[in-house]
Design a protein around this ligand. Structure first.
Ligand code: G6P
Length: 381
């Protein structure tokens, strides 16, 4: 397939702009449009074999890089919506130190390319060690991938296709957002089967999901120019800290990873509440702090953590809704996102962080689509 930049300066920017469409494609693929709260079926259509779900006690997820970050959001969703204990492991670690075998366990490999050697090896190891065990311990393998035809697709009996289309930029953007969508679908489907959510709550979340494409569009339209300008201030910056909590802690990790990958600026993502146990020692006027402060359970907590950073002279950038006046006073720069329920906020919060990383790297004149030392898929150990 011939993929072109269509007027965008880099594939990465084009792919960032494709995200509303990707989310729409995922909604179309995963949501049953004929569903209503009165229906006696799941609102989600993933066509997974019922054996994957039966008497499910645990979920374990293996992944690398950006897919590992999506998996952390997935863990939050599966635990909070479906009430199933979920572990997320780096595939490169799990393959040499697997957790003890647990019964009735769903193992999910998340890899956009379907070719990452460590992820494939971790799944193969899981398959081997569970072969010949009693039925409760048999492997239940599921893949989440953008390439169902990949090696992963051949290795596992079931996949959730992430419908992002081919991604060229080495730094993953649209495939990450699509993986998040796959996890919303999976967590809601599990919640339906576990009967942990009321039909009205399910409907509420589905309504929220349907609004995401237009909300992502709004962020792209209203912020790109501003972020491009803002990026000028950071062309010489050497370190960045990204803070988030709860469901947005993985987004802080992802924001930091995007920046590292393409701008070569040192960046750390941290759970905001942990800052006092180390990273706060790094802070001064030369280290900008990006805080994800979206309304919800940990909103006030993140704001007070951000204030602690401000007291150390850090320049504070807030990914936060404009409507939240208290946060407008705390932050030096705002990257506004629409107000949504906390559960859905990661998919919006990541967009300005992708743009920020992109524009800083572009400003530094770097090869955004092909960063040094990195490969799109790492097919060797
Ligand atoms: C490489 C890429 C990353 C990606 C990671 C995992 O390091 O540069 O962007 O997140 O591999 O890739 P996967 O295809 O398994 O999701």
């Amino acid at each position: 397939v011939m993929v072109e930049k269509q007027g965008f300066k880099h594939f990465m920017l084009k792919e960032i702009y494709e995200q509303p469409g990707v989310v729409r494609a995922c909604l179309e693929a995963y949501l049953d449009t004929s569903w209503s709260p009165e229906s006696a079926t799941s609102p989600i259509k993933l066509n997974l074999a019922p054996e994957l779900y039966s008497d499910l006690k645990q979920v374990q997820i293996v992944a690398c890089g950006t897919s590992w970050h999506a998996s952390l959001v997935g863990k939050y969703l599966i635990e909070q919506l479906a009430g199933i204990p979920t572990m997320v492991q780096y595939a490169s670690e799990f393959r040499y130190a697997p957790s003890p075998l647990t019964p009735n366990t769903l193992t999910i490999g998340v890899t956009q390319s379907g070719e990452t050697a460590d992820t494939l090896a971790a799944l193969e190891m899981e398959k081997q060690r569970r072969a010949g065990q009693s039925p409760r311990f048999e492997a239940r393998l599921l893949g989440i991938t953008n390439r169902p035809e990949s090696s992963l697709g051949h290795m596992v009996p079931q996949v959730i296709d992430t419908h992002a289309g081919i991604e060229i930029g080495v730094a993953a953007t649209k495939t990450f957002v699509a993986q998040l969508m796959a996890f919303y679908a999976l967590a809601l489907d599990l919640a339906y089967h576990q009967q942990t959510l009321s039909a009205t709550r399910l409907e509420q979340i589905l309504l929220g999901l349907r609004q995401l494409p237009a909300q992502i569009e709004l962020i792209l339209e209203s912020q790109e120019r501003y972020i491009e300008e803002l990026a000028h201030d950071f062309a010489e910056t050497q370190d960045f800290i990204f803070l988030g909590r709860g469901i947005n802690f993985p987004i802080a990790l992802e924001g930091a990873l995007k920046l590292k990958e393409i701008s070569y600026i040192h960046a750390e993502g941290y759970p905001a509440g942990e800052m006092k146990h180390g990273p706060i020692a790094l802070l001064d006027a030369k280290v900008p702090v990006v805080a994800i402060a979206t309304p919800g359970l940990v909103y006030e907590k993140v704001l007070s953590n951000a204030q602690e950073a401000k007291a150390r002279d850090a320049r504070l950038i807030g990914v936060t809704p404009l409507e939240a006046s208290e946060s407008a006073e705390i932050f030096d720069d705002l990257l506004p996102v629409p107000v949504v329920e906390e559960l859905l906020s990661p998919i919006l919060a990541v967009i300005p962080l992708q743009l920020l990383a992109y524009h800083i790297a572009a400003r530094r004149g770097l090869d955004v689509d092909q960063p040094r030392n990195l490969a799109k898929s790492v097919t060797v150990e």
